[in-house]
Design a protein around this ligand. Structure first.
Ligand SMILES: NC(=O)C1=CN([C@@H]2O[C@H](COP(=O)(O)OP(=O)(O)OC[C@H]3O[C@@H](n4cnc5c(N)ncnc54)[C@H](O)[C@@H]3O)[C@@H](O)[C@H]2O)C=CC1
Ligand SMILES: O=C(O)C(=O)COP(=O)(O)O
Length: 524
């Protein structure tokens, strides 16, 4: 039975869904992280949240892991490259907690304007009624700098605009119209953000965004600026933030995330003018229910191998390939698998050539050629995630090229080269999905890439078909189809589709025929 391990707390609906589908579920949500490693070898799929670091140690323990679902957005604590090298498909659940994080940001924005937690504590815990101590500022008319205008940042901006704030957005990876169409200001100049009254950040944490706000930036900010971070700890350098807050340059900070978590002993907690929450961005009932259901659905899809929604480390995005490409990728994988079967030697290069519109997708398609080519020697251990790494590790050269049309609307050719020579197979798709192999090593042919087949190269002389059919008849092998291609140098290549499997003795007999140059067997 397939096993899913749930490493961090998720809503019970996620557990229910997994159990309902009959998979074994290990509930490791209360297991200490050092003991979790001891359970990891049982899991085919793991569901994690931010408390579980998916690093080399975790992955070394997860010897059977095939997929990982991060039940949330941020994957800064998931080593995607290490997953890819192991062929583990990593997915996240990118939008189910958007609103939860947006609304927490709004709460922090308002709390920072009016020092809500401090006023609350003063009254409730100190029992002091001192209205004059708690003068805040208004959001209305103030500038809000938004760093990162994705799912969360853009929605925070829309809500803040309805509070009559002026929005200035910085995000070099989006078209400016995404901002300007909303009547907001788009800037490429980070100084425009530093000139704002409030600044909120909503980017992923990576090399580029780590410490994006440091001492140098704080110096340039307005006196009394207010900073909000509901994205990731470390985007604002925490030591610099502490200095800014202590000096009064930063009037207030509202922080949900820390560079290390749990952060119950964090130096920022010592500071007065701050509102902190323990990474609550995604913690609404609605969001957790949605995330758990989606994470469970993604885990189940991955277990079935049917799809990998929101996969992060596939070298292509299946959703981005137009439907007409899909039969070609399937065909390409079969052609490459066939090439590797009829030329069973260590592969030195894989080349993909394309003609017609399909040429636009040639780079995304290369992965399928690699998976097909390695399937014969590596079996199920090769997949779309690790194919590129395996090729690199084995020193297999890869290349793609778009060629001018040669008669077909679209045509793809895979050239698999081994130490013994190159095998070239071309194919096309008729109508919406009729896959056909149309050329093998320069010999024209036309057959569906399906089933058991003998590929037979011979001198083009009379009697060959008879010789082949009598050997097959002798072994009670039924011929389902026979396709013959000839060249102008007196050679021919036949593809003989058969109903029964061909063993090595039959193949040896075929190879022993006088007219035979070589005969190989392939199953697609
Ligand atoms: N506190 C919490 O519990 C939660 C935190 N998050 C975090 O919030 C952040 C944003 O999440 P989403 O909006 O869902 O992600 P998203 O992927 O939709 O948006 C991120 C945006 O940041 C932009 N960006 C990337 N590098 C940038 C750079 N150097 N400068 C400016 N912009 C840059 C991207 O172009 C993108 O538009 C993530 O770090 C995520 O992990 C998300 C959900 C809950
Ligand atoms: O989705 C995110 O990026 C979050 O930060 C939420 O994290 P969590 O699942 O609550 O540990």
């Amino acid at each position: 039975m397939k096993t899913v391990i749930v490493c961090d707390a998720i809503h019970s609906k996620g557990f229910e869904l997994l159990k309902q589908e009959g998979v074994e579920v290990i509930d490791a949500t209360k297991v200490p992280k050092n003991e979790l490693l001891g359970l990891m070898d049982k899991a085919d799929v793991a569901i994690t949240r931010s408390p579980t670091d998916v690093d080399e140690t975790f992955l070394n323990a997860a010897t059977n892991l095939k997929s990982l679902v991060r039940a949330g957005v941020g994957v800064d604590n998931v080593d995607l490259e290490a997953c890819s090298k192991r062929g583990i498909i990593a997915m996240n659940v990118p939008t189910a907690n958007t609103i939860a994080a947006v609304e927490l940001t709004m709460a922090h924005l308002l709390a920072s304007a009016r020092s809500l937690p401090q006023a609350h504590n003063h009254l409730k815990h100190d029992r002091v009624w001192k209205r004059e101590k708690w003068y805040g500022v208004e959001l209305c008319g103030k500038k809000l700098g938004v760093i990162g205008f994705g799912n969360i940042g853009s929605r925070v901006a829309v809500r803040a605009k309805s509070f009559e704030m002026e929005i200035v957005a910085y995000d070099p990876y989006i078209p400016s119209s995404k901002v300007t169409d909303l009547g907001m200001t788009y800037t490429e100049n980070f100084n425009d953000i530093l000139a704002c009254d409030f600044i909120t950040i909503h980017t992923p944490k990576n090399k580029e965004t780590l410490n994006i706000i440091d001492d140098e930036e704080i110096v340039q900010m307005k006196e009394g600026v207010r900073l909000i971070n509901v994205a990731r700890g470390g985007l604002y350098n925490e030591a610099a933030l502490e200095r800014g807050l202590r000096s009064g340059k930063v009037a207030y900070a509202a922080i949900d995330v820390f560079s290390y978590e749990p952060a119950a002993d964090h130096p920022l907690l010592e500071i007065e003018n701050i509102c902190v929450t323990p990474h609550l961005g995604a913690n609404t009932l609605e969001s957790q229910e949605k995330i758990a259901i989606q994470a469970a659905e993604q885990a189940l899809a991955a277990l079935r191998g049917t799809s990998y929604p929101n996969a992060l480390n596939l070298p292509f995005k299946v959703e981005e390939l137009p439907p007409f490409v899909m039969p070609y990728v399937e065909l390409l994988q079969k052609m490459s698998h066939m090439a590797a079967q009829i030329n069973k030697h260590p592969i030195t290069s894989v080349r993909l050539e394309a003609e017609g519109n399909i040429g636009k997708y040639v780079n995304s398609m290369l992965t399928f050629a690699l998976v097909g080519s390695f399937r014969e020697s590596l079996g199920e251990t090769i997949n779309y995630v690790n194919a590129g790494f395996v090729a690199k590790e084995k020193g297999v050269k890869t290349s793609t090229i778009v060629e001018p049309k040669s008669g077909y609307d679209n045509k793809i050719t895979v050239k698999v080269t081994t130490e013994k020579g190159m095998t070239s197979i071309s194919g096309t798709v008729f109508g919406e999905s009729e896959q056909r192999i149309v050329n093998i090593n320069g010999f024209k042919t036309d057959f569906k890439p399906k089933g058991k087949m003998i590929v037979f190269k011979n001198s083009d002389v009379p009697g060959v078909i008879m010789d082949i059919s009598s050997i097959l008849a002798e072994h009670h092998i039924n011929i389902a189809d026979f396709r013959l291609g000839r060249d102008e140098h007196g050679m021919a290549l036949a593809v003989i589709l058969v109903d029964e499997a061909i063993d090595k003795h039959i193949l040896a007999k075929l190879n022993g025929l006088k007219t035979c140059i070589w005969a190989e067997y392939a199953v697609l």
